[in-house]
Design a protein around this ligand. Sequence first.
Ligand code: IMP
Ligand code: MG
Length: 172
Amino acid sequence: MSSLRVLIPEEKIQARIRELGAQIDADYPGGGVYLVAILKGAFIFLSDLSRAMKTAARIEFVGISSYGRGKTTSGEVKLTKDLDVSVEGHDVIVVEDIVDSGITLSYLLQVFRQRRPKSLRIATFLDKPERRQRPVKVDYVGFQIPDEFVVGYGLDYAEDYRNLRDVCVLAE
Ligand code: IMP
Ligand code: MG
C-alpha cells in the first residue's frame, strides 16, 4: 500500500507562485514572453504561474518522454511533441514541473537553442538539486526539495495523483 504525506501545502504553493509571477514581471518590463510548458507535469504550474504574472504571455507546449512508468529516469529523452510555432527572436521561458537528474532539461535546452530565441530561461516548480547528473541553470525555482519522490500539483506516479492540490511524498 502506498501512502501520501503532505510536503508543501496548497497555501504555500500559491504564495510562492505569486512571488515568482512578480519576479518575472520585473524581469520582462517589455512584456511578450513565450511560456513553453513541458507536458504533462507542468500543466498546473503553467496555469497558475501564467495568471500570477501581468506580463503578456503566449502559451506553447512541448512533449517529452524519458521516465516511462517508473520513478527514475530511463536516461533516454525523446521529443514527442514539438513546438507549433517559431520562437526565433522571442523571449522564451521553459516551464517544467521538476528538475531531477537534469537530463530532460539539458536535452531540451540544446534543442531550443537551435531555434534561436532572443533569450531562454527556465522556470521549474520543484528542484531536487541533490540528484543532478547534468548541470542545468534554473532561473526561477518554486521550491527546492529533498531527494524524495513527490506527486500532486501536476506531478504523477504512473499517471496517478496529478490533480492533488498539495505536493505530497509518495511512500510505499
Ligand atoms: P530529469 O530528466 O531527471 O530531470 O527528470 C525530470 C522529469 O522526471 C520531470 O519532468 C518529472 O516528470 C519526472 N520526475 C522527477 N522526479 C519526480 C518526482 O519526484 N515525482 C514525479 N515525477 C518526477
Ligand atoms: Mg512525469
